[in-house]
Design a protein. Structure first.
Length: 394
């Protein structure tokens, strides 16, 4: 099938003029609705890439379309040197649903940018410089966030990175205990490592990180960029661990698919000097309107609960596949990884031919991040497609 497909004008144009930093799949997506996307030929796919985690609400959710259209006709940009009605309402709503004392937020445009702000808040408010992150952790690709990211593939071409970042083995309390000292500004962790292979933190590990940070005057930063907004069966994954971080970073599904990031800060975090940080597009009224609508949809459609139920069903189905190439199935809610005993790329290609789009998480983990609005029938189709692809491989 793939060999017969003609290379479209779109693909020629993009290949000619794009930066070339992305490996491309042989597929041009032109439309989306709910958990489906369509290609140029009108072929439909079940989308378990989910905008790489940005499409929790599904594609072009009517409430987002309506909120964005209305706000676009009213006011699109409004820098934070002025007050704005939509931003004010959103800040109040976001901090109201955020755990514990996370009562203030810095708004920006992406995950990496939210992490950058978190690093700055941590350094300034502790007067310390060191950030302890985890092996296999992923926090973005700007120089500061990249310094916290573990994978050599992302880091190696860009050395030297920002100094004073160290990495400890994930879920290793003794290593964390040994790493946190009076030079530690913050510990930065994902509750479930996404890019690193869909690896949930042990509750004892996150709780130890929380306690050690308090004991030693460091801040705990949780990166909920991928786990946030219902994905894991709760609004935020940390709620399942009974801890509130000092700083929480958000992005991806925060604004129904529009670009936005947020750095939430709690009472242990001090202020940055005025004008020491900022962002031209940060807190603009268009994405703020989309983000308000997102919180409303998550609540009205009970999407976190839905993710929990559907995730359990998908997990059961995937775990029931008896196949020698499967090493482990793990995850929480609708953030699921299947670790294989082979490279995942041929599996992804074969799934695409069967009308299912999925993601890798490292070389051997198949990652599923379907929109939380997906139907259970479509999830069954996904599970069956994965089984049949694996059985075709052997
Ligand atoms: C995607 C991701 C980021 C980076 O977000 P960008 O918007 O791509 O900069 C950071 N941390 C985690 C956990 C992510 O999944």
């Amino acid at each position: 099938m793939a060999m017969l497909s003609t290379i479209s004008t779109t693909q020629q144009l993009e290949s000619q003029h794009t930066s070339g930093v992305y490996p491309k799949r042989d597929l041009t997506i032109v439309r989306g609705e709910g958990a489906y996307v369509w290609d140029e030929q009108g072929r439909r796919y079940i989308d378990c890439v989910g905008g790489q985690g940005a499409a929790n609400l599904g594609h072009s959710h009517p409430a987002i379309v309506e909120a964005v259209s209305r706000q676009a006709q009213t006011l699109i940009s409004c820098p934070e040197i002025f007050y704005n009605d939509v931003r004010a309402a959103y800040l109040a709503e976001l901090t109201a649903v955020a755990p514990g004392d996370l009562n203030r937020a810095f708004l920006c445009n992406s995950g990496a940018e939210a992490v950058e702000a978190a690093i700055k808040f941590a350094r300034v408010s502790t007067g310390r410089t060191e950030i302890v992150a985890a092996m296999r952790g992923f926090h973005g690709r700007t120089m500061g966030a990249l310094s916290a990211t573990w994978n050599k593939k992302y880091r190696a071409p860009f050395q030297p990175l920002v100094p004073d970042f160290i990495h400890v083995p994930f879920n290793n309390i003794a290593a964390l205990d040994a790493a946190i000292g009076d030079h530690t500004a913050a510990v930065l962790l994902e509750p479930i490592q996404g890019e690193g292979g869909v690896r949930p933190a042990d509750p004892a590990f996150l709780q130890a990180a929380h306690a050690l940070c308090r004991e030693r005057g460091a801040l705990l930063i949780l990166d909920e960029i991928q786990t946030g907004f219902g994905r894991t069966g709760r609004l935020f994954a940390s709620e399942g661990y009974d801890i509130t971080p000092d700083i929480m970073v958000l992005a991806k599904s925060i604004a129904g698919g529009l670009p936005m990031g947020a750095t939430l800060i709690g009472s242990r975090v001090g202020e940055l000097p005025r004008m020491s940080h900022g962002s031209t597009f940060g807190g603009n009224s268009l994405t703020a309107a989309a983000a308000r609508a997102t919180l409303q949809v998550l609540r009205e459609e009970r999407l976190p609960e839905r993710a929990a139920q559907l995730g359990q069903r998908l997990m059961d189905r995937l775990s029931a596949i008896q196949h020698p190439l499967i090493r482990e199935v793990r995850g929480q809610g609708l953030m699921i990884g299947m670790e294989l005993k082979m490279k995942v790329s041929p599996v992804l290609r074969a799934l695409q031919e069967r009308g299912v789009l999925a993601l890798p998480a490292g070389a051997t983990v198949l990652r599923l991040l379907p929109p939380l609005v997906i139907s259970s029938e479509d999830l069954d189709v996904v599970a069956d497609a994965i089984a049949s692809v694996l059985f075709d491989m052997t």
